[in-house]
Ligand binder design. Structure first.
Ligand SMILES: *Cc1c(COP(=O)(O)O)cnc(C)c1O
Length: 360
């Protein structure tokens, strides 16, 4: 089966190259009808769990749990891992939403905010004394800004009594998160895993679990998908409610295929593709890079400033079946966003650059 369009959108995004084959296997085995309490389902969960542990170097101590979306996990983390105060590094729309969730849930939410297009380095971050949780968006999808792994690690080492949460929704499994330091991290599957939306993946350690149990003994941590329940069920490859079996199955197949290709190879390929894009748009007349500092430029979502209205560019590419995203929020008309996910092959990136050469 061939696809007529190529999506460079930052999520939902281009589907993983073998998606249709994995979906057909799901249909052929009638997995949409099995009980989520069956051994067959437990085997599917276990397979996905094992493949993700291998791919992302997740220790046995951590639980891997499934939710509806990544934004659901923002709420779960605030409810289950904090009582009073949170601290957020905000540099775009998604990191701001995480902050707003904490605020809406009645926490004293602190933030360190940067203008769009700028990133954070460890040395400039001062964490409020009583914050229980530090929230970092590893890849800010709205602006194409990344926080580098060494800065995240230093943040934890410098604040070892606080929990550190990493939103890696639009970059997982590319960043090398050190799960012996980071307490919790999460993603959803419609970004760099190349799957249809509707599944959140929550990774947490025993310190998060202990905190949620301590909070539950004092008051409410919410009813839906609370951490002690999710954790206990996950240890038996089970879920509290009926899960997205199809999403969990497909994620396992995709992660298995990524493991066969090798995560180091995928990281190298990702960097080669994104460097090609940045090099091209740095020199291209009428375009410039959205993120000034090279070390803060995302590896998975390239944001490009455009002199002409972004809609003109997007529409011209659309005629060629190349689908590129607009800028986010206030940057809608002056930027384009190009996803450089694992599903976007080197050939697709070359074809996109060739189209820019021809059209603009
Ligand atoms: C897309 C995105 C989210 C939200 O994911 P959902 O699956 O839509 O809930 C959160 N954070 C970042 C950085 C994202 O890119």
């Amino acid at each position: 089966m061939s696809r007529s369009k190529t999506f460079f959108t930052a999520g939902p995004a281009e589907l993983y190259p073998r998606f249709e084959e994995f979906l057909q296997d799901f249909v052929d085995q009638q997995l949409g009808s099995i009980s989520h309490r069956s051994q067959q389902f437990k085997d599917i969960y276990q397979h996905t769990d094992e493949q993700l542990r291998e791919l992302m170097n997740i220790p046995a101590e951590n639980a891997i749990m499934f939710t509806g979306t990544a934004s659901e996990i923002w709420e779960r983390i605030v409810l289950n891992c904090t009582e009073l105060e949170t601290f957020h590094l905000v540099n775009g729309s998604f990191s701001k939403k995480f902050y707003q969730y904490a605020d809406s849930l009645g926490r004293h939410a602190h933030k360190l905010e940067k203008p769009m297009g700028e990133g954070f380095s460890y040395a400039e971050i001062e964490v409020p004394e009583f914050a229980e949780l530090i929230c970092v968006t590893q890849n800010e999808t709205s602006t194409g800004v990344q926080t580098r792994e060494p800065d995240i690690n230093k943040l934890k080492r410098g604040n070892s009594s606080k929990l550190v949460a990493v939103d890696m929704v639009s970059s997982a499994p590319i960043p090398e998160i050190d799960f012996s330091l980071v307490d919790t991290a999460f993603f959803s599957v419609q970004k760099s895993f190349g799957l249809p939306a509707g599944l959140g993946v929550w990774i947490a350690n025993e310190t998060c679990l202990a905190k949620s149990e301590e909070l539950a003994a004092k008051g409410s941590i919410g009813a839906h998908h609370c951490l002690p329940d999710l954790w206990k069920q996950s240890r038996a490859y089970q879920t509290p409610a009926t899960p997205n079996v199809m999403g969990i199955y497909l994620l396992g197949r995709v992660a298995e295929d990524m493991n066969k290709r090798g995560i180091d190879n995928l990281r190298k390929e990702t960097d080669a593709k994104v460097n090609k894009l940045y090099k091209y748009f740095e020199k291209k007349e009428g375009f410039s890079l959205g993120v000034e500092k090279p070390e803060h430029r995302s590896r998975t979502v390239a944001v490009i400033n455009t002199e002409r209205p972004s809609a003109e560019i997007i529409n011209a590419l659309k005629v060629k079946n190349l689908i590129v995203g607009a800028g986010y929020g206030p940057k809608k008309e002056s930027q384009i966003r190009i996803a450089n996910f694992i599903a976007n092959t080197p050939e697709q990136i070359d074809a996109l650059i060739a189209a820019f050469d021809e059209l603009f």
